[in-house]
Design a protein around this ligand. Sequence first.
Ligand code: PLP
Length: 462
Amino acid sequence: MRYISTRGAAPILTFEQAMMTGLARDGGLYLPETIPHLTHAQIADLAGANYEETAFAVMRPYMGDTFTDAEFRGLIAAAYKGFGHAARAPMVQLGANHFLLELFHGPTLAFKDFAMQLIGQMMQASLTKSGQRITIVGATSGDTGSAAMEAFRGLANVDLFILYPHGRVSDVQRRQMTTPAEANVHALAIDGDFDVAQARVKDMFNDFAFRDGVNLAGVNSINWARVLAQVVYYFYAAVALGAPHRPVSFTVPTGNFGDIFAGYIARQMGLPIEKLVIATNQNDILDRAIKSGGYHGTGVRASISPSMDIQVSSNFERALFYAYGSDGAAIAALMEELKTAGGFTISQGALGRLRDAFASGACSEEQTLTTIQNSFAQTGEVLCPHSAVGVHVAMDHQGRVPMITLATAHPAKFPDAVQRAIGTRPALPPRMADLFDRPERMTRVPNDLAALQSLIRERIAR
Ligand SMILES: *Cc1c(COP(=O)(O)O)cnc(C)c1O
């Protein structure tokens, strides 16, 4: 399997190289040259398989000879053994034909653990073989950072730097990033919002001297391996509800478009998904883009679902690449326009293809709170604000096939919003109960590329 860049002008890589590279050298994102297909019979065979077996079957066709089958099975087992639920991704029922896929039973209580735990295992295995050392720099709106800290802390061949927007993440999110004591992980609080943090990370990747000097790698959802790990739970949930014999729909709370793009890949692999619904909070650029064809940022407005407070949605580039018939030059031109003019208009043909692939909806702050309230009153299920955005939008898209809404975080990760809605604070699971007693360690940093680069160089030289 070979990997190509969405902008068509970067070296073609293997799976292992794409995983270690993150952002392509032409500024694009890596994608497999062709998407492997699972037959009806192969999907039917997944009935009754556990999460780990499903993960192996779905991901193996993408990996070439990076790992042997036995190695890969071992890495999958190690990645998910620390989850707090035997099913890994259990489902609960919210209504007659509406299901909630709980993706928050990993070590940091958000769906990011599914990919990050596995990518940590895979990178470590690969670095142990090659004897190399890498520097990972990532931007986070909260949950990617905590998941990465948890996955990479203490690893011998990795230094991890996480840039998070100062003052804009929840206390639980911040503490999950600032309390790991291992010397190889570094929490950096940047002055600015998520888009600023993500832009500086991209700048570092585009500075080739720096990039090569520190052996830079990325774990944001620009990293293909992360998207791939998320494809698994679409199969797992759909098969549990009768796929491939019966189609299902999914609604996905969306920020950087990584999670929902994994659903798109699942469908391209042959999983019968009827609707794939983008759910945004008040930062609704994706909903507006699908409805109007205009992709124009209006600035991030801080919300009670902060992990979706994003206006420059990296993985949307991957969806655009397919919508433009895999025309890398066209994508490069759009991204240049985004940079210089702050937005672009999607061509009619591409917009038609995007609308065939995705439905969309947005959810206001008020509607988010009401949804948490109603869901608790009607089902006893306490939703985190991101999951509530999904549930609200899903209601507008329900039909005869089962709707599965992705619950992306545990409510205890966002207790303030939940308390506003239902009057009580959800408790952290017992294994995390001492989070507020542990000492914090972080560095405030300015929104300044050169300053960030010298801080990173200094820290890794120690
Ligand atoms: C990251 C995150 C999202 C958004 O996921 P994307 O892949 O960026 O679209 C939604 N909810 C929570 C809780 C998250 O952590």
